[in-house]
Ligand binder design. Structure first.
Ligand code: PRP
Ligand code: URA
Length: 210
């Protein structure tokens, strides 16, 4: 599991605990998703490319590092991944944004892709796929398949909560992709929901809980 990084920061752990609480309402939940995404992005781009440039300080000329290469792309898996986008953009305001629309069938739990639009020259960009929940892993596996089919090469994924089943399925299918996880939970239930989890992330972000 060398390509899986689990977040250790106490602030991330605290925020995820509050997200899990049934009593946490839509506004606060949405804000926490964004904040956790921001903190995870800081970790996920710690190896981003830099190049040295010549600058002049008030004291002297010097060679110092700046971030180089084409602008990264953040790609949320709709709907719930949308909740993480602004958090990523707070750290990387110039990133491009793509979208992949996927929905799990409630009976089979298999994902169905209904939309995909990615920024141009995706093969030259660092692509960060975001989705708060990694349950069976089906949605993330298919999303990364789709990005690879369209030329994506340098891909990282960020999920706030993951089930062990999803991590195993994903790392088997995409061993070349780095996975950043906020917290690893116990297991999936018979409806393929993460336990203890936080319920349906999309419904909690958008206030569509039935
Ligand atoms: C949720 C979640 C993931 C997927 C995870 O989306 O946001 O995309 O389920 O499950 P998996 O790992 O078993 O594929 P959902 O299909 O509920 O759609 P939504 O974001 O529109 O609510
Ligand atoms: N999708 C969610 O939103 N929550 C889960 O627990 C599993 C899939």
């Amino acid at each position: 599991m060398s390509n899986v990084k689990i977040m250790e920061h106490p602030l991330i752990k605290h925020k995820i605990t509050v997200m899990r609480m049934e009593a946490t309402g839509t506004g606060e939940f949405r804000r926490l998703v964004e904040e956790v995404a921001m903190l995870m992005t800081y970790e996920a781009i710690s190896d981003i490319e830099t190049t040295d440039i010549e600058i002049t300080t008030p004291i002297e000329e010097t060679s110092q590092p700046v971030i180089s290469g084409k602008k990264p792309a953040v790609v949320p898996i709709l709907r719930a991944g949308l909740g993480m986008v602004n958090g990523v953009l707070q750290i990387m305001p110039n990133a491009k944004v793509g979208h992949i629309g996927m929905e799990r069938d409630e009976q089979t739990h298999l994902p169905h892709t209904y939309y995909c639009k990615l920024p141009p020259q995706i093969e030259e960009r660092l692509v960060i796929v975001v989705d708060p929940m990694l349950a069976t892993g089906g949605s993330l596996c298919d999303a990364v398949d789709e990005i690879k089919r369209r030329g994506g090469k340098r891909i990282k994924c960020m999920c706030i909560i993951a089930a062990p089943e999803g991590i195993e399925a994903f790392t088997k299918k995409h061993p070349d992709v780095q996975l950043y996880i906020g917290a690893v939970d116990r297991c999936l239930n018979k409806d393929a929901y993460i336990c203890p989890g936080l319920g349906d992330a999309g419904d909690r972000i958008f206030g569509t809980v039935q």
